[in-house]
Ligand binder design. Structure first.
Ligand code: G3P
Ligand code: MG
Length: 228
């Protein structure tokens, strides 16, 4: 069996409203074994699943996510009548079916995710396999300070010496990279550095094949139904 990862980017977001329970359920139905989602904090400290800092692109609301309480965010339509989900709801949906890559987007999401996972451990609630990732070193450090054994990834558009230093320092499980920055030399370097490489966002079969042949470990795709 291939261990190449097909990761449903914001769920099956090519055909369904991104980062909604509907998009995640459709990705699971298509056989996806990994889901990717983005998290921000609401004004009252709930971890909500939405990509942007602001509401207007993906919902019928306006303004910053972090300025609204969860009960206010719940009133919004995130597409096809779907609501903005809580991280916990997606974890429940994925349980026993898929791993979840939680991308820490908003400020203080690193410590908030660590606390949520700790609460679930304490309550003996089961969890899917988790990979936490972020563009922001600060969020990764906050999370790692509380849950040092949780697998981590840095999200980046380009790679430089600092990236490899950070990979070692934070013991990163993977680098989650813009596909445009990946070539064969980088795949060789990642092998030397013992880091996995995951590429975003890959929706074409020929690009997926090229990356796979180079030795990339997986892709984020908006169309898991094409590849899963
Ligand atoms: O984590 C991979 C990918 O999701 C990063 O970019 O903007 O889609 O969150 P973005
Ligand atoms: Mg993301």
């Amino acid at each position: 069996m291939s261990d190449f990862l097909i990761i449903a980017h914001r769920g099956a977001s090519g055909c369904w409203p991104e980062n909604t329970l509907l998009a995640f359920a459709k990705a699971l139905d298509a056989g996806a074994k990994w889901l990717e989602l983005d998290v921000h904090l609401s004004a009252d400290g709930e971890l909500v699943v939405i990509h942007d800092e602001t509401l207007q692109r993906t919902t019928n609301g306006n303004g910053r996510v972090s300025d609204f309480r969860y009960d206010e965010l719940q009133q919004l339509d995130a597409g096809d009548g779907e609501k903005i989900p809580l991280l916990d709801e997606v974890l429940e949906l994925a349980l026993g079916r898929a791993a979840v890559n939680i991308e820490l987007k908003g400020a203080r999401t690193g410590s908030a995710v660590a606390r949520l996972l700790e609460q679930r451990f304490a309550a003996r609630q089961r969890l899917p396999k988790i990979l936490a990732s972020s563009l922001y070193e600060k969020e990764l450090r906050e999370l790692s300070a509380i849950l040092p054994s949780l697998p981590l990834a840095l999200v980046a558009d380009t790679v430089d010496e600092r990236t490899w230093q950070l990979a070692e320092e934070l013991n990163l499980w993977s680098l989650n990279l813009n596909k445009a920055s990946i070539d064969q030399a980088l795949v060789v370097k990642a092998g030397t550095e013992k880091r996995k490489l995951l590429a975003f966002t890959v929706n074409e079969a020929d690009k997926l094949e090229q990356l796979k042949n180079w030795g990339v470990n997986g892709v984020f795709t908006d169309f898991p139904e094409r590849f899963a």
